[in-house]
Design a protein around this ligand. Sequence first.
Ligand SMILES: Nc1ncnc2c1ncn2[C@@H]1O[C@H](COP(=O)(O)OP(=O)(O)OP(=O)(O)O)[C@@H](O)[C@H]1O
Ligand SMILES: [Mg+2]
Length: 509
Amino acid sequence: MTPPPSDAPPAAVELRGITKRFPGTLANDAVDLTVRRGEIHALMGENGAGKSTLMSVLYGMERPDAGSIRIDGREVSFADPGAAMAAGLGMVHQSFKLFDSLTVAENVVYAAEPRRFGLVDRSAARRRVRELAEVHGLAVDPDARVGELPVGLRQRVEILKLLHRGARTLILDEPTAVLTPAEADALFAVLKSLAAEGRTVILVTHKLREVLEGSDRVTVLRDGRVVARLRTAGTTADEIAAAMTGRAVELDRVHAPGTPADVVLGVRGLTTDAVREVELTVRAGEIVGIAGVAGNGQSELVEALAGLRPTAAGQVTLRGEDITHASATERRARGLAYVPEDRHAVGTAPAASVADNLAMGHHRTSLSSRGLLSAAAVRAHALGLVERFGIKAATPEVPASALSGGNLQKLLIGRELAHEAPLLLVEQPTRGVDIGAVQNIHDQLIAYRDAGHAVLLVSAELSEIRGLADRVLVMYEGRVTATYPKDEADERTLGLAMAGAAAPAEVGD
Ligand SMILES: Nc1ncnc2c1ncn2[C@@H]1O[C@H](COP(=O)(O)OP(=O)(O)OP(=O)(O)O)[C@@H](O)[C@H]1O
Ligand SMILES: [Mg+2]
């Protein structure tokens, strides 16, 4: 590496030869990354390629085994994130670290409060938030309670918090995974204006469209190494995808329609705290998709169907049996599998091994005899699913907490599909997984359907719903307001219905 000419400004971030090993895994292998001041730099790579690890090293959360870090030309060594913050770095984690019961202003200034006579100056704090919000186009009410804000606004609060602490370089690890398309667009507008002010953004994402529209340059990691450095204006989705995977990836594959048979799931007039009089059926050999802007009752509907949320009125049947008041466990026993939206809180046990996580819920199956799991069967079951879903783990014995985000998602999908349950409820099946794994999960869901199972799919990705679902329902304000067969479910029609424009006459199916 030749040093830059002396009149060029030093890079905002310069990583040289960063190596980081975990037991059984070389997560970063002599990684060089240069991020220029004022650019939006995308970091891409398959699940487990080492992106989050590299950002943790940069942010002082992990100590590298080798390598050096320069910030604005100065060599640094961070003992902890506090030291990284003092050097002008700020990181927004995928799971936000805010206090729900505090206001926006209190969160923004937390641990860095403006003071007057030794006391926290609350009005100065609110002024500061208004000021920052105005300067950076991050409108949010300083007096709102954070717990009551939608996720897109919470993310704004995280960004304001970093700006309040003087961050000149912002690191965002998969910031749009949990955002609606409109929230993601708003985020990119903010990031662009921050970059135009001379701040620097490092963005980890799996979404090619965002990278192509929103970044200046792209660095691609594969198996812990840099395999491509690209200028966004001079590259294509295919080129990035090929760099990530080392092969050509067929983006947006078209699937043949299903052949619906008997009704598996019947829902009549289902009402909960957040769902109103929902009517729907899902047949064997059919995928029914639920589209909607986040927060219109989709998750609550699925939770109610899974038995995790009380039903106020209505009836639910599974293969003709009434399960309206059955517990979650009883529903599973009668043939329901469930992939929840939150893979951390409800989906998996972080301290348990990958193999044990994959065996969960399989206690009454071939993995056990007389209620006891057989270690050899558990291991064989795990190895099969690791292979089928491409779960990257050093061994099936490592704890689930050692998996990268996308690999944990693959684990969850694999475990639930392995039940071969007549009904699968699946939310956000490809959240956080790389483009190759998206194709694999889609193929697996189609194969599951074609094996005669019923699938109810909730996704924030319209393209996913349109690609997979044989029928699409739209939810708006807790109700199913429209139903479309696959060939009528175009982007525009769905978009209008999601915004509440569907005629009431279209209700039902
Ligand atoms: N604490 C840990 N202990 C053991 N292995 C780990 C740990 N953290 C990460 N790894 C391993 O290091 C590799 C890189 O993981 P990392 O989280 O950096 O991937 P990533 O590129 O961010 O993937 P994703 O897109 O899925 O988030 C993976 O193989 C992962 O299993
Ligand atoms: Mg990651």
